[in-house]
Design a protein around this ligand. Structure first.
Ligand SMILES: Nc1ncnc2c1ncn2[C@@H]1O[C@H](COP(=O)(O)OP(=O)(O)O)[C@@H](O)[C@H]1O
Ligand SMILES: [Mg+2]
Length: 311
C-alpha cells in the first residue's frame, strides 16, 4: 500500500459503544490485509492498551509522556504487538494530561505535531478517543484526516451525534480543513430488532440529506455489514488478544474483516469542493438537543453494563 497515511479518529463521546473494540479489531484486520497499522490509545482508561496485551504500568513511555515531554519523540515509544501492528499505549495518568495540556500553546495540536513523522511509516493510524469531547479528543481530531463513529443502534443512540458533528465541523473550520467523517460503524448490532431498524433508517436519512451540502459528513456512510453482537468480541480483551488471535473464525472476526475491506475501499478525497459550506446544522434531521458530556462515572457504568449484557 503506498500513498498517504490515513489517520482515523474513532470517536463517540458516549462510553461503551464499541470504540475500543473497533479500533483494535479494525486495526488488526487492516494489518492482516497487509497494511501497516499504528494504534494510539488516547483514553485514560487504557482499555486499548490492555486489549492488545500491553501492561500499561510496564511501559517505559506512554502517549501521556509523548504529549507532555517536549523532548520525547513518537518513534521511541511504539510497541510492536503483531505483524504490521504497532501501538502507542496509554497509562492511567493520562487523566491528568487533559489538565496539563491546557497550558501548552498549541494545546490542540500537540498530538499532530508529535506523530507527524512517525505516521508516515504506516498506511493507517487509528486513534481510540476517550468518551468525551475534551482536549484529548480535540487532539485526535486535529491530528486525523478522518473520523469514524462507532455506535450502537439503541434508544438514544443518535443523541449526542449532533454535538459530535458540530465538534468535527468546528475543528474543520478552524484547525483542520481536510477533516471528514468517513462513516458510522454499527457495533454489537442486532439487526432483527425493530428499534435497530428505525435508528439505522433515521441515520441513513440524515446522511442522505447532507449529501448535497459540503459538510464534513456529506460523504459519510453507514458501513455495511454491521458488526454483529458477538460474545467472543467481549471476551478477547481479557486475554490481551485481538479477535484474530483469540477466535479467528468467529462472526466478530468475519465482521471486522469485512469492515476493513470497506474502509480500504473508501477513497480519501474530498468533501470540500464546490458545495455550499453553511448548510444544515448537525442537529437538524436528528432532532436532538446537544447532550451534555457524560461524566466519567456515567460512561464507565454504561461500559460495565454493556460488558455485562454480553456475559
Ligand atoms: N460486537 C460486539 N459484540 C459483543 N460485545 C461487544 C461488541 N462490541 C463491543 N462489545 C463490548 O461492549 C463493551 C463496550 O465496548 P468498547 O469497545 O469498550 O466501547 P467504548 O470504547 O466505546 O467504551 C465492551 O465490554 C466490549 O467488549
Ligand atoms: Mg474505549
Amino acid at each position: 500500500m503506498n500513498g498517504t497515511v490515513r489517520i482515523i479518529a474513532l470517536m463517540n463521546q458516549k462510553g461503551g459503544v464499541g470504540k475500543t473494540t473497533t479500533t483494535v479489531n479494525l486495526g488488526a484486520a487492516l494489518a492482516e490485509a497487509g497494511r501497516r497499522v499504528l494504534l494510539i490509545d488516547l483514553d485514560p482508561q487504557a482499555h486499548l492498551t490492555l486489549h492488545v496485551g500491553v501492561d500499561p504500568t510496564a511501559q517505559r513511555h506512554s502517549v501521556y509522556d509523548l504529549l507532555m515531554d517536549a523532548d520525547l519523540a513518537a518513534d521511541g515509544i511504539v510497541t510492536r504487538v503483531g505483524e504490521r501492528l504497532d501501538v502507542i499505549g496509554a497509562e492511567v495518568d493520562l487523566a491528568g494530561a487533559e489538565q496539563e495540556l491546557h497550558d501548552a500553546a498549541d494545546r490542540q495540536a500537540v498530538l499532530k505535531r508529535k506523530i507527524g513523522s512517525v505516521a508516515e511509516r504506516y498506511d493507517f493510524v487509528l486513534i481510540d478517543c476517550p468518551p468525551s469531547l475534551g482536549l484529548l479528543t480535540m487532539n485526535a481530531l486535529v491530528a486525523a484526516n478522518e473520523v469514524i463513529v462507532p455506535m450502537q443502534a439503541h434508544f438514544l443512540a443518535l443523541q449526542g451525534l449532533s454535538k459530535l458533528l458540530e465538534t468535527v465541523q468546528l475543528v474543520r473550520q478552524h484547525m483542520n480543513t481536510s477533516l471528514k467523517v468517513t462513516g458510522v460503524v454499527l457495533c454489537a448490532h442486532e439487526g432483527f430488532t425493530k428499534l435497530a431498524g428505525e435508528v439505522v433508517a433515521d441515520l441513513q436519512n440524515f446522511f442522505d440529506a447532507a449529501r448535497k451540502f459540503a459538510m464534513p459528513w456529506s460523504g459519510a456512510k453507514i458501513f455495511q455489514p454491521p458488526v454483529r453482537k458477538n460474545i467472543k468480541l467481549a471476551e478477547c480483551p481479557s486475554f490481551g488478544q485481538t479477535i484474530f488471535q483469540y477466535e479467528p473464525n468467529c462472526a466478530g472476526a468475519v465482521d471486522y474483516q469485512a469492515l476493513a475491506q470497506a474502509v480500504i475501499g473508501e477513497s480519501m478525497p474530498n468533501p470540500q469542493a464546490t458545495r455550499e459550506e453553511h448548510a444544515p446544522q448537525a442537529g437538524l434531521q436528528i432532532n436532538v438537543e446537544a447532550a451534555p458530556e457524560q461524566s466519567a462515572s456515567e460512561s464507565s457504568a454504561q461500559h460495565e453494563q454493556a460488558g455485562e449484557s454480553h456475559a
